[in-house]
Design a protein around this ligand. Structure first.
Ligand code: SF4
Length: 359
């Protein structure tokens, strides 16, 4: 089974270098290989919000690779539908890291795509992701309002053009995430778990767990992430599905985990709060895009803080398109509802203002 390396601390740059040295990453990469780094820049949120990969992970990774003589390195990402990758990379300080190390950054929203057969169906995937000789996945371990958690496998969704991301939601997320993982199969995964938000993909409530992980199997890394967050594999169905489709193995033996130092204060993961489940009790979601659903969950959370009463029936998602409904609709797809917050996606503020107006 693959080895999994774990380190505690708060200095993302030096932790990344130590992990890569311990795992002897340079020996895994063929000489002259093109190396693509895929962080999580889901939206324009600073890493200390718990949403995005710390720039220190990026700088540590590039510094290590360059010190080992690798020159063909790039950084690539596509933020979620509705946000600008360019803005996100600047907010996270990636522009400075790329400039300091002389490494190009590519916005995958602008990349060409190829149609690739997967275990589920043909998919449009960006060429840079498909053509890299050595793909390094740099996810954040955090919660997700639709899939319970996100780490190595789900981070690969940023290798898609926006139209394919939307289709993932129509397909119910789990199967396409697993199928994509089996096609792209990153050669290396370095997980930023220094301060992920354990409920919301878009951050806002970071939990300091002061830890990073490195491994070569994205399925194993996700299975380990589940364990850390107190989730069962069944809570995140795409993980075992990815295993079935050949993306890796969920098995983790005690001897597979190599711990490089002692845990620091704050390294424990609090038990799953079930917050999102409670907030979305009255929501009927059918193929809702991440940005849309996250905006609704955020608005519901803020409404709860304000003590606002929210509508009993809220609909959201692409499958409601063209349907007449007696409910509050969220997003343009639900414009057939009796009342609707417009936008694609709408902002949390717009949804919250609607709750306020109706209270
Ligand atoms: S309105 Fe529809 S298409 Fe637009 S973000 Fe929301 S669910 Fe997706």
């Amino acid at each position: 089974m693959a080895k999994l390396y774990e380190i505690y601390g708060t200095d993302a740059h030096s932790m990344t270098v130590s992990l890569m040295q311990a795992a002897r990453v340079s020996k895994m990469i063929p000489p002259g290989a093109s190396i693509a780094l895929k962080p999580n820049l889901v939206l324009s949120g600073a890493p200390d919000t718990g949403a995005t990969t710390h720039p220190g992970v990026l700088s540590g990774c590039i510094a290590y690779l360059q010190s080992e003589g690798f020159a063909d390195i790039c950084v690539m990402e596509s933020s979620w539908v509705g946000d600008s990758t360019d803005r996100a990379m600047k907010v996270c300080g990636y522009d400075k890291v790329c400039e300091n190390y002389g490494v190009p950054f590519y916005d995958l929203k602008k990349d060409q795509t190829r149609r690739v057969q997967t275990a589920l169906r043909p998919m449009e995937i960006t060429c840079r992701s498909l053509d890299a000789d050595f793909l390094i996945d740099l996810p954040v371990l955090k919660g997700h309002c639709q899939t319970a958690m996100t780490c190595a496998l789900k981070n690969l969704k940023g290798c898609l053009p926006d139209r394919e991301k939307r289709r993932f939601h129509s397909d119910g997320l789990m199967e396409p995430i697993a199928a994509l993982g089996a096609v792209l199969k990153p050669a290396l995964v370095i997980v930023d778990s220094i301060c992920g938000d354990l409920n919301f993909e878009e951050g806002g409530n970071p939990v300091h767990t002061n830890r990073m992980l490195l491994g070569t199997d994205p399925v194993q890394m996700d299975a380990y992430g589940c364990r850390l967050m107190g989730l069962r594999l069944e809570d995140v169905p795409y993980i075992q599905l990815a295993e079935r489709w050949g993306a890796g193995s969920t098995e983790i033996g005690a001897e597979d985990v190599v711990t490089l130092n002692e845990p620091t204060e704050g390294a424990e993961y609090p038990a799953a709060s079930g917050l999102v489940k409670r907030l979305t009790r009255g929501v009927q979601a059918e193929s809702a895009c991440s940005a849309c659903y996250a905006a609704l969950v955020r608005a519901l959370y803020l409404a709860q803080q304000e003590g606002l009463r929210v509508p009993d029936k809220i609909v959201i998602g692409q499958k409601w398109r063209g349907k007449q409904l007696s409910a509050l609709g969220v997003g343009n797809c639900c414009s057939g509802a009796s009342d609707c917050v417009k936008g694609c996606p709408p902002t949390p503020d717009a949804i919250l203002n609607c709750f306020r107006d109706r209270a």
